[in-house]
Design a protein around this ligand. Structure first.
Ligand code: OXD
Ligand code: MN
Length: 648
């Protein structure tokens, strides 16, 4: 066994020592967090065939990784909340008794790092020293995880220094689950090949994270979903704050008034695009604070203050283009790790809907050759000379649908540096939030924007959110609408009913509830009967954000309807309605209407989801009795009110 390195902090030493004994690595490296170290690890991976170095003239300090085919997205079926009692994990989470889970996983971890290096990554979720920031120690045998964590979090010596002798942190352990025999050559993407051998486990009471068998970002970069959402949501509930799957942005009006907005959309539904959007409306400026996670704390003035706990963007590549998100493309210009995209012959990258012509020939995400499509220069197929129709029918994509870029936030040309550093008016409070948006991909029924009548109604709206399932998760339901309350379905660290109650408590316990953010539900994805999108989205979404700001200021009236307050048609600013994408006024009229029949069906399915969360004991599902906790009465009340109002 190799010797466990010394740490000033005893809890850190104990955590590393414990796993050194279990995993028996060949070597232990404590991550320093320097650029030199980052590049050295990347170059070592190039040598080992695990990274491809991209053309430094085109993409300085950028690398490409190709994952194993089984390891391309989050594995919700293998994600567990192991609270002491099943009822505390609730009906939306997989649960196992914590001791049983530990026994099972310990058997997998035994000797799992043989032939490998154990890396110890001290990391911070949030700017080091900010009062909202939390810390973690991730042990991993994956250099891919180390360099991605370097980008996505603040890592290294500075964190250990901040922890000092007795600073607290969330202990995390990760292994790809692929020990090497003596002399055995490593593969390009080591992982446990069978899905049943992968475990992404949170122990919410102990505040620990154990992950095994997967190298994919959402399963392996433990600061992100496992800590900043699942574990943090539990800490937040216990301490009276919120950990949410939300972007944070700063919007400045032509009169220089600043607004801070957060938005919760499910995975791969455009959070990164909205967070970096170029407003089509003249005089409005948008800046990015975060694109995926927000931690919000009530301030002494009753407002909610937010920080982005992350340090980079783990964005979905396909669809990211100069039209959809030029700032994301710019964020990827250097120091970025690409996973499962196409490699071009000149050492650059390409993906579907990048808005860039495909090269004549390239290498697809599986490492196979791919070729430009015969009748569409923006597509690639697996054989030369294929038509667009042939490629579409074959279902082939050259970049995986969930291929990703891991880009440093500091690359983002519209980063709000102060907000990103947790500062507001020079104080480390995070930024005060004016509005919270919920949303999802909904081809029908849900209007463009809908304002909640009050906080409880807004919580109801969030609880009722639904979206088409995307490739961000390994699922056989891709494209189908599923309920995804507050976009947190895969990320609740505890019982969903308690989570709803916690949202309601934020108002009940507020020192001044009139200062809480207004809540809105938006839908950029409505389609017409012909399958055409009825709203251009992207920069045109600034029209909706402007309406929201005007509502906050009390400058415009609204159409008060049974489902909420909708804009009056003329209040959506259609100036500068030019360019490739345009708002079509008849379409706008359509998406600002209340589709009563659609809503009657919608509300029934919301009620059905509540029934599932109530998880009443029944003959058919006796197990559910142990997860029986109820959706808060206040939300049931809103459900009834909306149902009655719609029936009039
Ligand atoms: C993500 C996700 O990667 O939500 O952000 O899956
Ligand atoms: Mn996400």
């Amino acid at each position: 066994m190799v010797k466990t390195p010394k740490f000033a902090n005893e809890k850190v030493f104990a955590w590393v020592d414990k796993w050194n004994k279990v995993c028996t690595p060949d070597k232990i490296v404590v991550v320093k967090g320097t650029k030199k170290e980052h590049i050295a690890i990347c170059e070592m991976m190039v040598k080992n065939g695990q990274f491809i170095k991209l053309n430094p003239k085109k993409r300085p300090e950028c690398y490409l990784a190709r994952s194993h085919e089984s390891d391309v997205a989050r594995v919700e079926g293998r994600t567990f909340i192991c609270s002491q009692r099943e009822i505390d994990a609730g009906p939306t989470n997989h649960w196992m008794d914590p001791e049983e889970m530990k026994k099972l996983m310990l058997a997998s971890y035994k000797g799992c790092m043989k032939g490998r290096t154990m890396y110890v990554i001290p990391f911070a979720m949030g700017p080091i020293g900010n009062p909202i920031t939390q810390y973690g120690i991730e042990i991993t045998d994956s250099p891919y995880v180390v360099v991605n964590m370097d980008i996505m979090t603040r890592t290294g010596d500075a964190v250990l220094k901040h922890l000092g002798k007795d600073g607290d942190f969330i202990p995390c352990i990760h292994s790809v689950g692929a020990p090497l025999k003596k002399g055995e050559k490593d593969v390009a993407w080591p992982c446990a090949k069978n899905i049943e051998d992968k475990f992404i486990t949170q122990f919410p009471e102990e505040r620990q994270i154990w992950s095994f068998g997967s190298g994919y970002g959402g399963n392996a970069l433990l600061g992100k979903k496992c800590f900043a959402l699942r574990i943090a949501s539990k800490i937040a509930k216990d301490e009276g704050w919120m950990a949410e799957h939300m972007l944070i942005l700063t919007l400045t009006s032509p009169k220089r008034k600043q607004y801070h907005l957060t938005a919760a959309f499910p995975s791969a539904c455009g959070k990164t695009n909205l967070a970096m959007m170029l407003p089509k409306l003249k005089g409005w400026r948008l800046q990015t604070i975060g694109d995926d996670i927000a931690w919000l704390k009530p301030g002494t003035d009753g407002r909610l203050y937010a920080i982005n706990p992350e340090n980079g963007f783990f964005g979905v590549a396909p669809g990211t283009s100069n039209d959809s998100n030029p700032n994301a493309l710019k964020s990827c210009r250097q120091g970025t790790i690409f996973t499962n995209v196409v490699l071009t012959p000149d050492g650059d990258i390409w993906w579907e809907d990048m808005g860039v012509k495909a090269p004549a020939e390239g290498t697809d995400w599986k490492g196979n050759p791919c070729y430009v499509c015969k009748d569409d220069p923006f597509r690639m197929g697996p054989r030369p000379g294929m038509t667009k129709k042939e490629i579409k029918e074959s279902g082939y994509v050259a970049a995986h649908k969930n291929s990703r870029f891991t880009a440093p936030a500091e690359n983002c040309p519209v980063l709000d540096k102060d907000g990103f550093n947790g500062l507001y008016k020079g104080k480390p409070t995070g930024v005060p939030i004016d509005a919270i948006l919920f949303g999802g991909r909904r081809p029908s029924t849900i209007p463009l924007v809908n304002e909640a009548k009050n906080w409880t109604h807004g919580v109801f709206m969030g609880s009722a959110a639904g979206s088409e399932v995307t490739a961000a998760v390994i699922s056989d339901q891709i494209g189908q609408v599923r309920r995804d309350p507050m976009a947190m379905l895969p990320f609740f660290g505890y019982n969903v009913c308690d989570y709803f109650q916690h949202w309601l408590e934020i108002e009940r316990t507020s020192v001044d509830a009139t200062k809480l953010p207004r809540i809105y539900f938006v839908n950029w994805f409505r389609k017409g009967k012909d399958g055409r999108f009825l709203w251009p989205g992207f920069g045109d979404n600034s029209r909706v954000l402007k309406w929201i700001c005007q509502r906050i200021e009390g400058q415009v009236r609204a159409n008060v309807t049974p489902i909420g307050n909708l804009p009056l048609l003329n209040d959506i600013d259609l100036s500068n309605n030019e360019g490739k994408f345009k708002v079509i006024p008849e379409d706008l009229r359509e998406i600002l209407k209340v589709d009563k029949d659609g809503w009657k069906k919608e509300i029934v399915t919301v009620g059905a989801s509540y029934d599932e969360y109530d998880a009443k004991a029944s003959k058919d599902s006796p197990v559910r009795s142990t997860t029986a906790r109820r959706v808060p009465r206040a939300l049931r009340q809103v459900l009834s009110e909306v149902t009655i109002a719609l029936s009039k």
